[in-house]
Design a protein around this ligand. Structure first.
Ligand code: DC
Length: 212
């Protein structure tokens, strides 16, 4: 049986770790689709372009190659804002659509912002993973300290995150919102292990229910 799981949610909601671990349990590949937008943003910055320029962003999206996803500079504030800018360009989203669908064709877990609504509207399992802004800002803060060795100002981290939420949710092209049939999983008060256990239970219930 082909299992396709669509996971959407805002930044630092825990969806990435959840998606990766869920895919490992189910024995299927995982694609972090945010990396695609990050790689497009990086390509534009490499050429000294403006990620908000639709022409430059669309050109970079069409030139994307799989090796771009392996770059070591896809995380951090510059890549964050460049990716949010290119993600609002419809031509960029269109250029990335086919790759994502092909990746999912034989079964996969995809996480992003529009997986359940646009990329895989027929996915049998859709999760919308979220958490409060405060909790997500704290998580991002700890990640920046642990991964990048910087001690950022939490006020700035929170403001950046709120701005990115706003950009992701208010853009005209594929805004962040739960699919109609998505199960909402709020991880504000859950550890990563607890969130995974709930997600796995939801997947098994959904797949079982679909067979009835
Ligand atoms: O999940 P992330 O933070 O790595 O995503 C980076 C940016 O890309 C973010 O601003 C939202 C955007 N994105 C999107 O618009 N659609 C997706 N499927 C995945 C990410």
């Amino acid at each position: 049986m082909t299992i396709t799981v669509a996971i959407d949610g805002p930044a630092a909601s825990g969806k990435g770790t959840l998606a990766r671990r869920l895919a490992a349990i189910l024995g299927i590949p995982h694609l972090d689709t945010g990396l695609l937008y990050r790689a497009v943003g990086r390509r534009v910055l490499d050429g000294d372009g403006d990620p908000a320029d639709p022409m430059a962003a669309a050109q970079a999206a069409r030139a994307l190659v799989p090796a771009d996803l392996q770059r070591s500079d896809l995380r951090g504030p510059a890549a964050d804002s460049a990716s949010a800018a290119v993600a609002s360009v419809p031509e960029v989203r269109a250029a990335l659509l086919e790759f994502q669908r092909q990746f999912a064709a034989k079964g996969a877990v995809l996480d992003g912002r529009d997986i359940g609504t646009v990329v895989l509207p027929d996915a049998p399992v859709k999760l919308f993973v979220t958490a409060s802004l405060e909790v997500r800002a704290q998580r991002r803060y700890r990640e920046l300290v642990a991964r990048h060795g910087v001690v950022p100002d939490i006020v700035i981290v929170r403001a950046d995150m709120a701005a990115r939420d706003e950009a992701d949710s208010s853009r005209a092209a594929a805004p962040l919102r739960p699919a109609e049939t998505a199960v909402i999983l709020d991880t504000s008060d859950l550890s990563a292990d607890e969130a995974l256990a709930r997600a796995e239970a939801i997947v098994r219930w959904k797949l079982g229910a679909d067979r009835d």
